[in-house]
Write a protein that binds this ligand. Structure first.
Ligand code: AMP
Length: 289
């Protein structure tokens, strides 16, 4: 079956660690679909779009070639597939954080890139690894492996590895440590250069932005003496500016403002110390700013 050309195609990982968070983000943005067991695509309810379930490594190329209009994928794979100039990154999605790193044996491995000259390096991200050693002007023997990169040193096949690292626990468990970070990565939302329906792409980006902002901010409401309002506004400047309303007592005002979620406790402490009262924090589920 061929998909009609008017339908917008959104490629998402069919497996792996970015699959679940990508599906959750689509759901939170109201992009609903029914996935049948072995089907490779699903129609989106109430939008002229389909979700394509594909291998993560294929997503950059599908979007670069315009076979998909949008895609959710790790930034590392866009670089690895040399698609950076062929796709537009619309949003950083805030999950799938990791870094591409060079690691060696903690006990007696090389402690600099230069010291690896002539040694064996195992990597699954071969393009990125080659580019790194070329840039560093160090000649190494690169071994291409498709998984379990960490074990190659323990097996004596390699002296170092280039691999994606999140916490570093797997490296430590295998007696390895990072000696250089090559690149940072996270999941991103990419768009083809000539999407089938640019307006629909814009709508989807706005929906994602709403969800992502809501994940990072909370709503704070408090009362503060009018004389302290300027100081309070310095603590909570808001996304654009805070909403300030009069109270029955003319000496007091009520403030409603969005604040970064991670700083909420600290901000509440500061407001309380300033003399604010009735400080309430509420979760934002979704927003458009
Ligand atoms: P997977 O399909 O599970 O191999 O997913 C790999 C993608 O997840 C990569 O392209 C990265 O963008 C991201 N990722 C995040 N943390 C890690 C990690 N520790 N190892 C491998 N991939 C990671």
């Amino acid at each position: 079956m061929r998909l009609p050309d008017s339908v917008t195609r959104i490629a998402i990982p069919s497996k792996g660690r970015l699959q679940e968070p990508s599906e959750s983000l689509l759901k939170a943005a109201g992009i609903k679909y029914r996935k049948r067991d072995r089907s490779l695509f699903a129609h989106v309810d109430s939008l002229n779009a389909v979700i394509l379930f594909v291998r993560p490594d294929d997503i950059p190329l599908l979007v670069a070639e315009g076979a998909a209009d949008m895609g959710m994928v790790g930034k590392d794979l866009i670089h690895e597939n040399r698609c950076e100039k062929r796709v537009t990154t619309r949003l950083e999605l805030g999950y799938g954080h990791c870094r591409l790193a060079l690691a060696t044996r903690t006990s007696d491995g090389a402690k600099s890139v230069k010291a690896l000259k002539g040694q064996k390096v195992a990597a699954s991200m071969v393009t990125s690894a080659k580019e790194f050693f070329r840039r560093s002007k160090v000649d190494v023997q690169l071994l291409e492996v498709s998984g379990s990169v960490e074990i190659m040193v323990a097996l004596g096949l390699a002296d170092a590895i280039v691999d994606l690292v999140e916490s570093g626990d797997t490296l430590r468990d295998n007696g390895l440590e990072v000696i250089e970070t090559i690149a940072q990565s996270q999941a991103v939302f990419i768009q083809a250069q000539k999407p089938r329906d640019p307006k629909l792409c814009e709508l989807i980006v706005r929906r994602f932005e709403g969800v992502l902002t809501a994940q990072q901010y909370t709503l704070l409401e408090y009362n503060v003496p009018r004389a302290k309002l300027k100081d309070a506004e310095k603590i909570t400047p808001g996304f654009n500016s805070p909403t300030v309303s009069d109270l029955e007592d003319p000496k007091w005002v009520a403030v409603k403002v969005m604040i970064p979620k991670k700083q909420s406790i600290d901000i509440m402490d500061k407001l309380e110390a300033l003399g604010a009262s009735a400080i309430l924090e509420t979760q934002i589920l979704n927003c458009r700013l």
